[in-house]
Structure formats: structure tokens, C-alpha cells
Design a protein around this ligand. Sequence first.
Ligand code: AMP
Length: 508
Amino acid sequence: MAADTVLDLLARGADSAPAIGAPEHKPLTFARLRELAARTMADLNAMGIGRDDRVAIVLPNGPEMAAAFVVVASCATTAPLNPAYRADEFEFYLTDLKAKALLVQQGEDTPARAVARKLGVPLVEVVPDRGKGAGFFMLKPEKPMAGKPAKSGKAGPDDIALVLHTSGTTSRPKIVPLAQRNVCASARHITQTLSLTPSDACLNIMPLFHIHGLIAAVLSSLAAGGSVVCTPGFNALRFFAWLDEVKPSWYTAVPTMHQTILARAERNTEIIARAKLRLIRSSSASLPPQVMTELEKVFGAPVIESYGMTEAAHQMASNPLPPRARKPGSVGIAAGPEVAIMDQEGNILPKGALGEIVIKGPNVTAGYEANPAANASAFSNGWFRTGDQGTMDEEGYLRITGRLKELINRGGEKVSPLEVDETIMDHPAVAQVVTFAMPHDKLGEEVAAAIVLREGQSATEREIRDFAAKKLADFKVPRKVVFLAEIPKGATGKLQRIGLAEKLGLGA
Ligand code: AMP
């Protein structure tokens, strides 16, 4: 029987087998991980937190974050947040989530603490206990917490395991609820695509507040009874030392990370010769075919490009492992959900036609939270519209050709241009602002903003960037700011973000 709760997924690994690791630390075994899940369930329930209650998590990347995700998801709803957020961003997310508690790491200073106190969200410290294995921890509430949850014990298949925000067509990000059965289906799909087994070990360099790392690296490894070794996050200078120490069988990353790794490969040929990589996975942004070819040559392992999305609990399509063909420039074949191409009217199009990529399957969210308008436009005849444009060839390989949604994909990090607009509009000298994607050789896209100043006012690029950086995490701050007398309009007189870079001479 397929496991459709996170706790059931954790039941698969052998007691003494490693589940979660970290460089230079003793791994946490599956027995210990299950002990941690049981203890966390009892502790959270005693604090009045139970099934479908939301626990926001702001932890540094690493084994505690991976462990907290799976054990809290076993009995409540996890809401991991990017630790790089500014106070204003935390305030929005914690309020929007109606979080019942916020988990932070002992000794870690984060603006999220002050925000939680201001909002009256109880703070619970995660106290690492690496002696029991990487990722083991105790929970310590800042103030005594007691209560009785509405629903206690183990989460059921339809309970929400994970909520993440996704950049929307408004400046307010939308909440994507993912049920236990959604995340378990996605983990199972990835396990099958990559033929993961208990002998696999994934080196995690992805952030663990994003769907890619949470599901592809952590949950699918554990679902296979294999292990995930959690680094503090991608670091080009340390990557090869980790590779040498951990000897992972695979890793998954965004294209920019692969490019940075390749740039340092020549200096690390001995480590590469000793490496035991069975495969390398790439997702979240388009992988240039040259990078794929080069990676395969350098590491002597197949590079599997996959197509993922938060609303799909990550994987939708993937290139298959050999002996089946990998097609450079394609994101592969349907790998879990059904995948099709749809026209604007909601008709499924024949092979070869260009249209919107749509999906349907057990990994797909039931819909955005409290957002009927977004759901009405996102779902057509039972299919979820990805907002990506593409074609499918005769063999079922999908190619992404463009994007219908307003979003900037900065090397896999998604930025809502509207959120940036709204922040910059608060600057007193700004009359009008349009944030847009500017082509970038490594990241694919970079954030840029075109601004019209108020009459008689002045501001420099630096001032605007500093102003934005007070409210927005670094990756959202425009790298380029241009001042214009007027913002160019499209043929219909509408402001158009898409194509603006080219119009302004900032194209590739
Ligand atoms: P996220 O929800 O952050 O995972 O972002 C999902 C979006 O990332 C998709 O809708 C695509 O626009 C983009 N994306 C994911 N994987 C790929 C890929 N392999 N190639 C191109 N774009 C991708």
C-alpha cells in the first residue's frame, strides 16, 4: 500500500539505517527519526498544537530544518519561511498564515522573533542535540504553553502537511496548501523517476523553505529508505569537500548552482574522480543544454532535468534515467501527474501544438486558500494551469517555451514583480514603477525596475535599492533601476512587463 501520510513514509527505513545527516556529524538513524517524530507529536499536542494547526518554521538550512519539517508534518501543518526575510516580510507571512507557533533555533537571532512577539505568536525554540544524530532536537517554548488541540495525534491523508506561499498576479502571495497525500505522492513520483533505494544518499544544497529541497531532496530520500545529508546551503567553496566526505549518490540543484560547481571543477579533478554520483538532478529553472553536456562530461553521470512547481508539490515532468533518452532543452516526460497542453478556451491540444502546460494528479494542490478568483482561473475542466507555456513532442517530451504568469525566475528563486512595485511605490520620490525580468547570463533572469519620478523630485539607483532592501529580502531587490520620463506601453496601451527589458535595451 502506498503511504499517504508523512509519518507512514518515515516508517519505511530500517531502524539502523541513516536517515538525516550533516557533513562532519553522526547521522540520525530512522529509529531515532521515528523517536523524534513521536516525541515532537507529544510535545506539540501538549502545547495545544495538533493536526491542521500551522507551525511556522524559521531555521537555518541544515539537518534540524529537514528533521523539523518531517516530524512536525507528521502531526501538524508546517510552514517553512525563508530566514532571509526582513521583518516586514515575516509580519506579512506570520499574519497571513495564522501561525499557532513559530519554531526558531536556539541562539539564532532572526527578526522573526520580534515579529512573533509583537503578533502574539508563541515562540518555540529548537534546541539541537547532535549527539543523538544530526537533526535531533528538543522543543523549548519561550513561555509555558499548555492546551488541548482540536485534533491531536497522527495527521491523516487529507490533513495539510505543508503550506507555502507562491508569488501571484497580485502583490499578495497566495497560500498553497499541500495535503499529506499530495506531498507523499510527489515524493513517491520522484523516488520512482530516480529509482531511489535505501542505498542512495542525497547531498542537500537546496534551501529547505522551498518545495524543491523539501520534497525532492528530503522527503523522497526518506520515502525510499535512503538518506539526505544536509549542508548549511550551497557554497561553491565547500561543495567539493562535502562531495568527498559524504560520497553522495546524487544531488539536486538549480542551474546556477550547477554552473558554479562546473566553474570550480577543474581545481577538483581528484575529488571528482573519487565521487560516486549515480545521477545529478536539475530543476526550478531552465538548464542550458551546454551546462547539461558539460556536467555529464565532468562527472560521468546522467543529468536529469525535471520540471517542478509548488502547487504540484514539486515534480511534474522529468527526463528519465538511462537507458531511456534524456533530451537536452526538454524538461522530460510526465513524471507523476498527467501533463497536457491546453488552449485559452480550455481545450486539450494535439502533440506539437503550443499552449499552456496543464497538470492533473494526486500530487496537485486542491486549490489556493481562500482565493476563489485565483482558483477559478487556475483550474480548467479539472486541470491545473501552470502558467507556463510549452509544447509536447510525439514522444511526450515537454519543452517550456515561455511564461504566461507574471513572475521573475531568478535562477530558481521566484520574485513577484508586483510585490517589488508595491514596496518601491512607498518611496516618496516615485510616481510610477514597473518591475520586470531582465535577461542574465547565469541566472536566466534578474530583477530590474523602471521608475518615473515625481515632478521636481530626485532619487538615485542606490537610494532606491537601499530603500527596497529595508523591506525586501536581497534576492527581490532590483539589481538594475532605470529612470524614465515615461514607461513604454504595449500596443494596447497597457503596461507590459514582458518584453520591457528588450524595449529598454536591457535584452540579452
Ligand atoms: P516554484 O513554485 O518556485 O517551484 O516555481 C515553479 C516554476 O518554476 C514553474 O512554473 C516554471 O516556471 C519554473 N520551472 C521549474 N522547473 C523548470 C525547468 N526545469 N525549466 C524551466 N522552468 C522551470
